[in-house]
Design a protein around this ligand. Structure first.
Ligand code: URA
Length: 423
């Protein structure tokens, strides 16, 4: 077998055989297939697609490139959630302890932010002392003690995906549904969860800008999970405007804790509860209503145990950025647009996100929103507060908001998108 014949097959719109897929993934992981050859193949896949049989074998080969985790020694069934990424998407933080409080174990391997979307690990690292890197034994111990764990995936899990995702990131080949689906599902299947709920985001702040593409991605991933024996469901959810009132690391931790305390913004609470109900049903756990677990403090109790078990000081004050800049409402009327992508890029430029994998992030940086689409605003009232340690970033962050905010005359009819668009 050789890389050139595999590339030619896909370049000429052919179907890759199982043997070709197994060989190319294995040889790429070992370094025998060069990065330039894999990028040519990824581009051929982006342009010419893969059929369901090819996607399934590709995913399987990526799983077999590394280790598989096993949670069968736990007393409770396992259930996990994966979001395709958005702005202000802090849902994992309240969701994992909430589902644990209702009786399912949540082994959540999470990632860091890249570009305008935030990363769960970056958010949690703003809690003093909290550690993302755990050994497999430590991960199991936190799961046993707190019922939920949120940590980084170890190097042994789907190493082919780790290498391929970094390559796709710099070769314009991220946006291919077969490659996104196999990348996400290889990690989730190797992680060993019994049930999985996919939160496929749709809108300006998401990978998938329209419902048709999101539906195809969701169907592809649900098919892969189901074939692998993971009870998988997907929700399509709105990402045209940020979730909640904050985008940024410590800012989003603060908002998540408000949700766990029984408060927080209505959209964050609604999506957290919708995903919790799906995760519990997929794991076959019935009995406790997640809304009760937010009210009675049991979700908060699991959060405190989970954070403390990973070294975090739950009572320490969260970092606050050194500088703030208020953006006033440009006119009086109804806020009709607060664009997710614009806010995400602004938070990123303030220092909440990174341009390259190795860049540090600022814990306190980000955007705080004082109104949501549909709210009535008065000219000059604070609309956004920008937070950063490095005030020279303000100008560039403000520029990102150009065209992302619209206030329409008072009385303009406005119907917000539902949070859950489809299931
Ligand atoms: N997230 C992943 O893990 N992989 C992709 O390809 C895209 C998003």
């Amino acid at each position: 077998m050789d890389a050139i014949s595999v590339i030619r097959t896909k370049r000429d719109r052919g179907e890759l055989s199982h043997a070709q897929i197994d060989w190319v993934i294995d040889a790429y992981t070992r370094g025998e297939v060069a990065d330039e050859q894999m990028s040519a193949l990824a581009m051929a896949i982006l342009l010419n697609g893969m059929n369901p049989g090819e996607i399934s074998r590709w995913t399987d080969a990526m799983i077999r490139s590394g280790v598989r985790m096993d949670f069968s020694s736990l007393a409770q069934p396992t259930s996990d959630k994966h979001s395709t990424g958005g702005v202000g998407d802090k849902i994992t933080l309240p969701l994992a302890p909430l589902v644990a409080a209702c009786g399912a174990a949540v082994p959540q391997l999470s990632g860091r932010g890249l570009g305008h979307t935030g990363g769960t690990l970056d958010k949690l690292e703003s809690i003093p002392g909290w550690r993302a890197l755990l050994s497999n034994e430590e991960m199991l111990q936190v799961l046993r003690d707190a019922g939920a764990v949120i940590c980084a995936a170890g190097d042994g899990l789907a190493p082919a995906d780790k290498k391929l995702y970094a390559l796709r990131d710099v070769t314009g080949t991220v946006e291919a549904i077969p490659l996104i689906a196999s990348s996400i599902m290889s990690k989730k299947i190797a992680e060993g969860t019994g049930a999985l709920v996919l939160d496929v985001k749709v809108g300006s702040g998401a990978f998938m800008k329209n419902l048709d593409d999101a539906r195809e991605l969701a169907r592809t991933m649900v098919g892969l999970g189901t074939t692998a024996g993971v009870n998988t469901v997907a929700l399509l959810t709105d990402m045209s405007t940020p979730l909640g009132l904050t985008a940024g690391n410590a800012l989003e931790v603060r908002e998540s804790v408000e949700v766990l305390a029984g408060g927080g913004p209505a959209d964050v609470v609604e999506l957290t509860l919708a995903l919790a109900r799906e995760m519990l049903a997929a794991a076959g756990v019935h009995g406790k209503d997640p809304a009760d677990a937010l009210r009675d403090g049991s979700a908060m109790d699991h959060w405190r145990r989970m954070i403390a078990a990973q070294g975090g000081d739950v009572d320490a004050p969260l970092p606050v950025a050194r500088e703030q800049h208020v953006i006033p409402a440009p006119a009086s009327g109804v806020l009709t647009t607060l664009d997710a992508y614009a806010v995400g890029v602004s938070a990123w430029r303030l220092g909440a996100g990174r341009a390259r994998k190795e860049d540090p992030v600022q814990a306190g940086a980000g955007v705080e929103m004082h109104a949501k689409p549909g709210d009535t605003v008065v000219a000059g009232q604070p609309l956004l507060t920008l937070h950063t340690d490095t005030p020279e970033r303000f100008e560039y962050a403000i520029e990102a908001l150009t065209g992302g905010i619209e206030v329409s005359p008072a009385g303009t009819a406005f119907t917000p998108n539902p949070i859950v668009l489809d299931r």
